[in-house]
Design a protein around this ligand. Sequence first.
Ligand code: ZN
Ligand code: ZN
Length: 139
Amino acid sequence: MSDSTNTEVRDLRALLAAVLAALTVPNDDAEYQRRLEGRAREVRTVIEAALAKSPDNLGWEVDYLRSQITAEEFDAGERNKNRCRRCSHPFEPSDQRFDGRARYQDTPWCRRCIDNCREGSAEHSCVICNPAHYGVVTQ
Ligand SMILES: [Zn+2]
Ligand SMILES: [Zn+2]
């Protein structure tokens, strides 16, 4: 193979790897659908740009897609910190009702889930009162 063919193959493989990574969101992610849609938009933009130019110079597209996905992962992580770990609903600090959407003290749970747990019957079990059952390791 010529050098330029080698470069094309290498860049195309790098682009395919970046696309694969971009379209991979953990199945149990609370925002799975939303994140996948956003990432698919990025992938379409990058592939359109890549197809519009010479295949021996796709390094920029690969770097761009990787940086977009890194930024998306960071944003998703930030949103995750502000979300109840039981019901996945974002915390709403202004909703201070006993069963509101505000965070309960400094727990990872919302007031509604704490209330639901405390009001539970004898058979009640949830990740808050029985974390081991749900495979949650508490430090
Ligand atoms: Zn909750
Ligand atoms: Zn409970």
